[in-house]
Design a protein around this ligand. Structure first.
Ligand SMILES: O=P(O)(O)OC[C@H]1O[C@H](OP(=O)(O)OP(=O)(O)O)[C@H](O)[C@@H]1O
Ligand code: HPA
Length: 189
């Protein structure tokens, strides 16, 4: 963190102001509506446990939960490959889920499927723990051919977005800007 707070705030504001908007707040809201309908259709009679993947997944989890009108349990887990950086490293488990998933129908929610290694590892973990059915939802699937598992996609995807570094709707730029209600890409990335 820069010791000069005003200049750090200005730097982050400028990244946000200069960025390209790739999906507006209205487009994002419509995507959440559609995802929630599909999730309801599939899980409404299964008493699922919903796991939010922290930190990025909290925005999408919250937006989806508001739209899911059936009984479910909520928990969270924290596995990260990026740790505030814009390039990935090894998967690091910070917090494992507390609500047991053995025999349960599980829905894992995250903000983005980029290379997909994070989600693939989390889904494997859920299966290893004995979940009966494992599904996943992401707001964004990034369009490129670098997926960790070829052809890997989420069960519920909100938007397909071009191959640039993204922020907003839970996705961070150097730890910041997760709180923006639309999806952006910074200049030059
Ligand atoms: O598909 P991948 O290439 O594996 O990347 C996607 C993951 O990266 C981000 O998490 P990150 O590790 O940055 O942690 P964060 O949620 O705290 O931002 C994002 O929230 C996903 O969990
Ligand atoms: O494009 C991204 N933005 C923010 N976080 C991410 N984690 C993987 N890809 C991204």
């Amino acid at each position: 963190m820069n010791d000069d707070l005003p200049s750090e705030i200005e730097r982050i504001r400028k990244v946000s102001q200069d960025a390209d908007c790739l999906a507006t707040e209205q487009e994002v809201a419509a995507a959440f509506d559609t995802m929630a309908q599909a999730i309801t259709q599939r899980l409404k009679d299964k008493l699922p446990v919903v796991y939010c993947v922290m930190n990025g997944g909290m925005f999408t989890t919250s937006e989806l939960l508001k739209r899911l009108d059936f009984p479910l349990e909520v928990d969270y887990l924290h596995a990260t490959r990026y740790r505030r950086k814009t390039e990935a490293g090894d998967l690091h488990w910070r917090v494992e889920p507390e609500v047991a998933m053995k025999g349960r129908s599980v829905l894992v929610i995250d903000d983005i499927l980029d290379e997909g290694a994070t989600l693939a590892a989390i889904l494997d973990h859920c299966r290893e723990q004995g979940a009966k059915e494992v599904t996943c939802a992401v707001l964004v699937d990034k369009k490129h051919n670098r997926k960790a598992v070829e052809g890997f996609s989420a069960d519920f995807t909100g938007l397909e977005v071009e191959d640039r570094y993204l922020f907003g709707c839970g996705m961070d730029y150097q730890g910041y800007l997760r709180n923006l209600p639309a999806i952006y890409a910074p200049q030059g990335l």
